[in-house]
Design a protein around this ligand. Structure first.
Ligand code: UDP
Ligand code: MG
Length: 340
């Protein structure tokens, strides 16, 4: 999708970075003990390389957000933080879901630039320096977009692409094939802070921020270890969140359906009247009465359901409950922030 201010960058034309930014990598983790050792090893090696080569400033670091894991994730984060000055951790008081965990990381981690990515190494890490380059040439928001979906199952590919198309059809502005792998500048993050929605769909909200944005392409790998923490149930919930948070189109569709059915029933009435007045034919009996009854009953229940969904969101949003509670933080990243 073409968006104002968005362009695919040609990296050959970009000059060397003059003042490297402090980059914070934000990774939400939910029961990720299988992947954390490898993720930490690879990220640390790359981060040090990027700092040494002057692409990022000293003080750049990794921020794990433990989303109320029940396995060894938090003790592991604590030990990495003790061992490496680049690693810090934030522990949520309970599992709040990926979007809230990610938001917590973005709101809590220091740095000039925040890059959000998954803990399972599915996102190609080589896209990070490219995103930082895009930042250095003026972009406040950089989306990493999957160039293809060859590592996905058939079902995931079809459902995901269908979903992006549905959102576009409903008028929700979103970057095609972009999940939550993105760079936000400090300015973009502080703007994001002012959005107080209870129901978070970050990839939609960042589109509302504006600013200069750009896109970097990458190829997504398979999950390095462990199982997906996004079962179908959570995926559907997030998909529904995306629709209901950004458009009232389903409500309008109900109005449309209501108008259509009413118009149809008027036509039917006219037809029945015509038969009665001008012909000898008897009206068809049972089917013509019972079937529309069931059909209309179904449509009405469905419509009530959709209206109810929106009402429920208003109800939840009106309570203004906090989206997460931070239980603990560890690591040099936070000490540095407090010293400043
Ligand atoms: N995640 C989280 N809280 C949750 C579920 C997932 O923080 O309740 C994290 C998870 O640890 C991972 C990221 O969100 O870093 C994406 O999850 P996953 O890789 O399981 O999703 P998939 O790639 O299968 O869509
Ligand atoms: Mg994954």
């Amino acid at each position: 999708m073409e968006l104002p201010g968005q362009r695919l960058l040609d990296f050959s034309s970009i000059e060397e970075i003059k003042v490297p930014p402090v980059v914070s990598l934000v990774l939400p983790c939910y029961n990720e003990q299988e992947v954390l050792p490898e993720t930490t090893r690879r990220l640390l090696a790359l981060l040090r390389e990027w700092i040494d080569s002057g692409q990022m400033a000293q003080g750049s670091g990794i921020y794990y957000v433990d989303d109320g894991s029940r396995d060894n994730t938090w003790p592991m984060i604590v030990s990495y933080a003790a061992e490496h000055k680049e690693v810090s951790g934030i522990k949520l008081s309970r599992n709040r879901g990926h979007q809230n965990a990610l938001l917590c990381g973005l709101m809590t981690a220091p740095g000039d630039v925040l890059v959000s990515l998954d803990a399972d190494l599915q996102d190609d890490l080589e896209a990070i320096p490219k995103m930082v380059k895009a930042y250095c040439t003026g972009s406040e928001v950089v989306f990493a977009v999957r160039s293809k979906r060859s590592t996905d199952t058939w079902f995931k590919r079809v459902s995901a692409e269908g979903y992006y198309k549905l959102l576009a059809f409903l008028g929700v502005q979103i970057v095609f094939n972009h999940a939550d792998y993105r760079l936000l500048s400090r300015r973009a993050v502080e703007t994001l802070r002012s959005y107080e929605e209870t129901h978070l769909f970050l990839r939609g909200i960042v589109m509302q921020l504006g600013f200069q944005t750009s896109v970097v392409e990458f190829e997504r790998a398979e999950r390095f270890a462990g199982e997906s923490k996004y079962p179908l149930r959570k995926m559907l919930a997030l998909a529904w969140q995306g629709v209901t948070s950004f458009t009232a189109y389903p409500l309008r569709m109900i109005t449309g359906a209501g108008m259509l059915v009413s118009f149809g029933s008027m036509l039917l009435a006219a037809w029945a009247l015509f038969l009665r007045l001008f012909t000898e034919q008897a009206l068809p009996g049972w089917a013509s009465v019972v079937l529309p009854m069931y059909f209309l009953g179904g449509v009405q229940l469905l419509s009530l359901g959709v209206i109810g969904e929106y009402l429920a969101k208003v109800y939840e949003a009106s309570k203004k409950r906090p989206r997460f509670h931070v239980d603990r933080v560890v690591g040099a990243g936070f000490r540095r922030k407090l010293d400043r």
